[in-house]
Design a protein around this ligand. Structure first.
Ligand SMILES: Cc1cc2nc3c(=O)[nH]c(=O)nc-3n(C[C@H](O)[C@H](O)[C@H](O)COP(=O)(O)O)c2cc1C
Length: 394
């Protein structure tokens, strides 16, 4: 993807360097455009060196090969992202003022525009800014709202540039085909916690990254997502419904409660198979040399869901195995009446639990099988969601 990145006169301008890096890591190319006021905060040299592309700083800086740059750049880029965006540039965009390169590019560009404002809380809440932001929204521009927190002006409030991953996600969201519009998916992610006493619990190594990547992929493609995730999983940097849960029983209840609302259900969480028979009300003291814990089975969420399935929901399971991978996954696929099961080897350190990467096989109920080589979990999520689309289209 080719991104025109507009940078304006904010303290947060330095964050654009990290933003360029985030896009580059995903294989995107960034063309920086900085306003004259922006140059007070960050240099052209830094932006050009990091992006590997010449930074545009002014409207009339030497015409190269008689190329009218605001037009040629407008035709080259897939999306125009302005981050950070001042109250001033927002006002200029809203009112069609084209008195510098960035505002002229805005008028010349016919594609998607994403704007991430950053400013003092009073500037952000000023009726003029609010009105201008509304005009841009009505026009279809995507606004990544600033966050609350400690501002550069040493005040506390709403106005801080949104999280960079969030800005990146909204930029991708602007461009992706919305082939899951009107569909709702319920996705579970992460590990559950089975408490032994008030402070100790049994858990596992699942980080929740695979389930969160799946939720992101659905969201990028226009789907609605209810993510039911265990504690200690990463924050979600996109716009979905997130429900936190603790134990296997808690996850079961929250999943069942929401199940009838969804068309697709992916159980990517690593749910504890056993829970202590009794949870001590006080911290267990080290009074004896050994301690026996008696455990009982937890509810099998997928099995219960397959029983209560009313409409034609697509049910997907994950098999996190360490031995006899295929045999165990096949068994789970059949016994839980799944549409397909995603198999990953959680014994390997380089994929699966805690890793940013995964390598999977998908076993389908009709006996087909597909292997997807080791890739980032975001890429693996795309493969899985593509397969769900194929099922839905059959
Ligand atoms: C130290 C400093 C920090 C500033 N930070 C912001 C800011 O975060 N947001 C904003 O809208 N304006 C901020 N301003 C004001 C803008 O720089 C000013 O409105 C300028 O005209 C914006 O020009 P531009 O939109 O062409 O970049 C700041 C000014 C100074 C001196």
């Amino acid at each position: 993807m080719k991104i025109g990145l507009g940078i304006t006169g904010c303290i947060a301008a330095y964050k654009s360097v990290e933003l360029i890096r985030l896009f580059q890591k995903r294989g995107d190319e960034v063309f920086p455009i900085i306003t004259q006021n922006g140059l007070n905060f960050i240099t052209e040299l830094t932006l050009s060196s990091i992006s590997g592309n010449k930074t545009t700083t002014e409207m009339f800086s030497g015409v190269e090969n008689w190329d009218v740059k605001h037009i040629s750049l407008a035709r080259k880029i897939d999306v125009l992202l302005v981050a950070p965006a001042t109250a001033n540039i927002i006002a200029k965009f809203a009112n069609g003022i084209a008195d510098d390169f960035l505002s002229t590019l805005y008028l010349s560009f016919e594609g998607k525009v994403v704007i991430a404002p950053a400013m003092n809380k009073s500037m952000w809440s000023h009726p003029a800014t609010k009105r201008n932001v509304e005009i841009l929204k009505e026009r279809g521009n995507i606004i990544v709202n600033p966050e609350s927190g400690y501002l550069a002006c040493k005040e506390e409030g709403e106005g801080r540039l949104a999280d960079l991953e969030k800005i990146l996600n909204y930029t991708y969201h602007a461009l992706r085909e919305k082939d899951f519009k009107g569909k709702r998916a319920i996705i579970t992610a992460g590990a559950t916690r089975e408490f032994i006493d008030p402070i100790r619990f049994i858990t596992n190594r699942s980080s929740g990254k695979m389930g969160i990547s799946l939720a992101r992929e659905f969201w990028l493609r226009g789907g609605e997502v209810i993510l039911i995730k265990g504690k200690n999983t990463p924050d979600v940097k996109f716009d979905i419904e997130v429900i936190e849960c603790e134990s296997a029983e808690d996850m079961f209840k929250k999943t069942v409660e929401n199940f009838s609302r969804c068309d697709i259900c992916i159980m990517a969480a690593a749910v504890s198979d056993y829970t202590p028979l009794r949870r001590e009300s006080e911290k267990i003291k080290k009074n004896s040399e050994t301690l026996n814990l008696k455990l009982k089975r937890t509810t099998d969420i997928l099995k219960e869901l397959s029983k209560i399935k009313k409409k034609n929901q697509i049910l997907i399971g994950f098999a996190a195995e360490t031995e006899n991978l295929k045999t165990n996954a096949q068994k789970k696929l059949k016994s839980k009446n799944l549409d397909f099961i995603v198999l990953n080897d959680v014994k390997r350190k380089d994929i699966g639990f805690e890793s940013d990467e995964n390598e999977i096989s998908i076993l389908f109920k009709d006996g087909r099988e597909k292997f997807f080589k080791k890739s980032k979990k975001e890429i693996i999520a795309k493969y899985i969601v593509d397969e769900i689309k194929n099922i839905g289209e059959k």
